[in-house]
Design a protein around this ligand. Structure first.
Ligand code: C2E
Ligand code: CA
Ligand code: CA
Length: 625
C-alpha cells in the first residue's frame, strides 16, 4: 500500500518537476515555483518515511536514488542548508554558478557568497521562514563568485520541517539570471543615454532634475542649468561633413565630462544642444567660473580629419529655485538667456533675468504685429546709393527694409527678417520688397536713370523657396525691368547650407543675367574656392572691417588682401559702411571698385533718393576736391 502511495507521489513529483523545467524555460519564476513545490512534495514523504523507519531498505535506497538523481541533474543550482546557514549538500549547477568545486563550499556558510547589500534582506526572510510567517521566499539577489564577480540569481528558499513541525533544514534553489540582468542594464542605459556621446539624454536629464527638485525642497539646495549650443555648428557640419561633425560632438562631450564633478550631470539633448546641471550652488560667482571654463575648454583647437577647427559656444544659465520651480520653466529661461548670449556676440554666458521674459513676450507681440504689417502698409523701403570709385558715378541703389509700427516705433530690418523667418512670413515680406524695389527702379528709369542697378537683400529661406526664380522673373516682366539691373545680396552662411541646391538656384539666376553679390564678406567661412564655384559677380566687404580703417592695421591689411584677391578672380569689390574721407581715400588707393555708406548718403526715402540722384555732382565734387 505504502509502496503504491510512494510511487504515486514520486510520479506526481516528477511530473511537477517536469512541468517546472518547461515552465522555467519560459517563465522563470513560475518554473522555479513548480520545482520547489515538486521537491518539497518529494522531500516530505521522504523525510516522513525515513524518519518513521518503517520503509523497507530496498524502497529507501530506491527513493534516495531518485532524490539524488533529481537533485544532481537539476539545471538550477540546489542546496540543502543547515539552520545555521551552512551548505550541507550542493548540486553541480550550484557549484558552477559560484565557480567553486563542491568540496570547497560544503560546510561553508551560504552568506559568505552573498553580496553584502543583500545580506540584511536575506537574514530577515530566514527568520520569517523559521517563525512560520511565510512558507517560501523568493527574490533576486547578488552572489559573488570565485573570481569576485557579481552573479545575479533568482533565489527560492523553503524550510523543511519534520512531522512535529520542527525545522530541519532549508532547501534553496538559485538560477543564474546575469545575462538577463545585463541585457536589462543595457536597455536601461540606452533609454537614458545618448548613443553618439555616451552622455545623459533628455530622459535622464528630466529624471535627474525631478530628483534634484524633490531633494532641494527638503534641503533648500540651489542648483543651476547651463544650457548651450555650439555657435554656427550647422555651418561647420555642412562644410566638413556630418561624420566630422559627429567627431566634434564627441570631443565636446569628452571635454565637458572631464570638467564637472561626479554629482553634476552633462546631457546632450540632440543636435548640438547640451545641458550641464551644477548641483549644490552656493554662489553665482562659482557658476560664472564654471561657465567660463566651459567656454574656454570648447574653444581649444580640435583637429578633425586633418583640419584645425575652432568652435565657440553661448551659454544661458538658470537657477533653481529663483528662475523657475519646474524643469520646464528652468529650461525655457536658460534657453532665453542663451539667446541673449548669442545676441551679445556669442562665445559668452548670460544669467537669466526677468527682463528676458518681458522681451520674449514683447517678441511674441511683435510676431503678431508683423502679421498685420503687410495689410496695414506699415513696411517701407529706404534706399542707399553706391558709387563707382573709378568714375565717381552713382551706379546702383540698395533697398533696405523699414517697418514703422505705431506701437513699437521703428523696427530694425535684421529684427524684421528674423521675426518674419520665425513666423513663416518671410516669403510674402520678401515678395513685397522685390515688387516695391523693382517698381521704384522702373520709376527712376523713366526719369532717365537708365543704368541704375537695384540691390535686394535675400534670405536663405527665400532662395530655397521652390518658385523663387519664377516669381522674381514675373515681377521683372510685369514692370518691364531688365534682369541685368538686379543684384541679389546674399550672405555666405546662407549659401553654405544646402550647397548643391543653392548652386542650382544661383546658376538659374545667373542665366537670366541677374548679378550675385556676397554680403558681409569676411565675417564667415567663405573660401576662394567658393567664389570660383559660385561665380559671384561682387563681394561686399563687411562694414566692421571698413570702420576700423585707418586705425587698425590688421583690418586695413585684410581689406587690402580681399581687394587684391578679388581683382585676381575678376570679381568686383564694394566696401560698405564708408563714413570718412580717410576710408574713401584708402579704398581708392587700394583699387576698390565701389563704395557705399554714410559718406555718400544714409539710407533715405524714395523721394529723398530721387533728389539725391538728380544732383549727384555735389557729392562727387566734394570727394574729389
Ligand atoms: P546689410 O545688407 O549689410 O545692410 C547694410 C547696413 O548698414 C544697413 O543697415 C545700413 O543702414 C547700414 N549702413 C549703411 N551705411 C552705413 C555706414 O556708413 N555706417 C554704418 N554704421 N552703417 C551703415 P540696416 O538698414 O539696419 O540693415 C541691416 C541689415 O538688415 C542689412 O544689412 C540686411 O542684412 C538686412 N536687411 C535690410 N533690408 C532687408 C530686406 O529687404 N531683406 C532682407 N532679407 N534683409 C534685409
Ligand atoms: Ca546688403
Ligand atoms: Ca553688410
Amino acid at each position: 500500500m505504502k509502496r503504491i502511495f510512494m510511487q504515486i507521489s514520486l510520479a506526481l513529483m516528477l511530473l511537477i518537476a517536469g512541468i517546472g523545467v518547461v515552465g522555467l524555460l519560459h517563465y522563470n519564476y513560475l518554473g522555479i515555483l513548480f520545482i520547489i513545490t515538486g521537491v518539497a512534495i518529494l522531500s516530505l514523504p521522504l523525510i516522513q518515511l525515513i524518519h518513521s523507519n518503517k520503509l523497507l531498505d530496498q524502497e529507501k535506497d530506491e527513493l534516495q536514488n531518485r532524490f539524488t538523481t533529481i537533485f544532481d541533474f537539476q539545471a538550477v543550482g540546489m542546496a540543502l542548508i543547515s539552520l545555521e546557514g551552512k551548505l550541507l549538500k550542493v548540486n553541480p549547477s550550484f557549484c558552477q554558478i559560484l565557480g567553486f568545486p563542491e568540496n570547497e563550499i560544503l560546510h561553508v556558510n551560504f552568506t559568505r557568497f552573498l553580496h553584502s547589500d543583500d545580506l540584511m534582506n536575506y537574514q530577515y526572510y530566514l527568520t520569517q521562514l523559521l517563525d512560520n510567517s511565510i512558507k517560501t521566499y523568493q527574490c533576486e539577489q547578488r552572489l559573488v563568485n570565485q573570481n569576485g564577480e557579481i552573479v545575479w540569481v533568482i533565489t527560492n528558499l523553503s524550510l523543511i520541517r519534520d512531522q512535529q513541525n520542527r525545522p530541519l533544514y532549508f532547501i534553496s534553489q538559485i538560477q543564474n539570471i546575469s545575462a538577463q540582468k545585463n541585457a536589462e542594464e543595457q536597455l536601461r542605459h540606452m533609454a537614458y543615454h545618448d548613443p553618439l556621446t555616451g552622455l545623459a539624454n533628455r530622459n535622464k536629464l528630466e529624471q535627474y532634475i525631478h530628483h534634484l527638485i524633490s531633494m532641494a525642497r527638503r534641503h533648500q539646495n540651489a542648483f543651476a542649468l547651463l544650457f548651450f549650443d555650439l555657435d554656427r555648428f550647422k555651418n561647420i557640419n555642412d562644410t566638413i561633413g556630418h561624420g566630422a561633425g559627429d567627431i566634434l560632438l564627441q570631443i565636446v562631450a569628452e571635454r565637458l565630462k572631464s570638467m564637472v564633478r561626479s554629482t553634476d550631470l552633462v546631457a546632450r539633448l540632440g543636435g548640438d544642444e547640451f545641458v550641464v546641471v551644477i548641483t549644490d550652488v552656493k554662489k553665482t560667482e562659482s557658476l560664472a567660473a564654471i561657465a567660463q571654463k566651459i567656454l574656454d575648454v570648447i574653444l581649444k583647437v580640435m583637429v578633425i580629419k586633418g583640419n584645425d577647427i575652432y568652435i565657440t559656444t553661448s551659454i544661458g544659465i538658470s537657477l533653481y529655485p529663483y528662475d523657475g520651480q519646474t524643469m520646464q520653466t528652468l529650461m525655457k529661461n536658460a534657453d532665453l538667456a542663451m539667446y541673449r548670449a548669442k545676441e551679445q556676440g556669442r562665445n559668452n554666458y548670460q544669467f537669466y533675468t526677468l527682463e528676458m521674459t518681458t522681451r520674449a513676450q514683447e517678441k511674441m507681440a511683435l510676431q503678431n504685429a508683423i502679421g498685420h504689417a503687410l495689410v496695414k502698409n506699415e513696411f517701407i523701403l529706404h534706399y542707399q546709393p553706391k558709387m563707382d570709385l573709378a568714375t565717381s558715378r552713382i551706379t546702383g541703389i540698395e533697398a533696405l527694409l523699414r517697418w514703422q509700427n505705431k506701437e513699437y516705433g521703428m523696427i530694425a530690418p535684421d529684427e524684421i527678417v528674423s521675426l518674419a523667418e520665425e513666423t513663416g512670413l518671410i516669403i510674402p515680406v520678401s515678395e513685397w520688397v522685390m515688387t516695391t524695389a523693382i517698381k521704384q527702379l522702373k520709376q527712376w528709369q523713366e526719369m532717365g536713370f537708365n543704368t541704375l542697378t537695384m540691390a535686394i537683400n535675400c534670405t536663405g529661406r527665400q532662395l530655397r523657396q521652390a518658385n523663387f526664380v519664377e516669381s522674381l522673373l514675373h515681377i521683372l516682366n510685369e514692370n518691364g525691368v531688365p534682369a541685368s539691373l538686379i543684384e541679389l545680396e546674399i550672405t555666405e552662411s546662407l549659401v553654405m547650407q544646402d550647397t548643391e541646391n543653392m548652386l542650382r538656384v544661383l546658376y538659374e539666376l545667373k542665366d537670366l543675367g541677374i548679378k550675385i553679390a556676397v554680403d558681409d564678406f569676411g565675417t564667415g567661412y567663405w573660401s576662394l574656392n567658393n567664389l570660383r564655384r559660385f561665380s559671384v559677380d561682387k563681394i561686399k566687404i563687411d562694414k566692421s572691417f571698413i570702420s576700423q580703417i585707418p586705425m587698425n592695421d590688421t583690418c586695413a591689411g585684410i581689406v587690402s588682401a580681399i581687394i587684391a584677391m578679388a581683382k585676381k578672380l575678376g570679381v568686383r569689390v564694394i566696401a560698405e559702411g564708408v563714413e570718412t574721407r580717410e576710408q574713401y581715400e584708402f579704398l581708392l588707393r587700394e583699387g576698390c571698385s565701389e563704395i557705399q555708406g554714410y559718406l555718400l548718403s544714409h539710407p533715405v526715402s524714395s523721394d529723398m533718393m530721387t533728389e539725391f540722384l538728380k544732383k549727384p555732382e555735389s557729392i562727387s565734387n566734394q570727394l574729389t576736391t
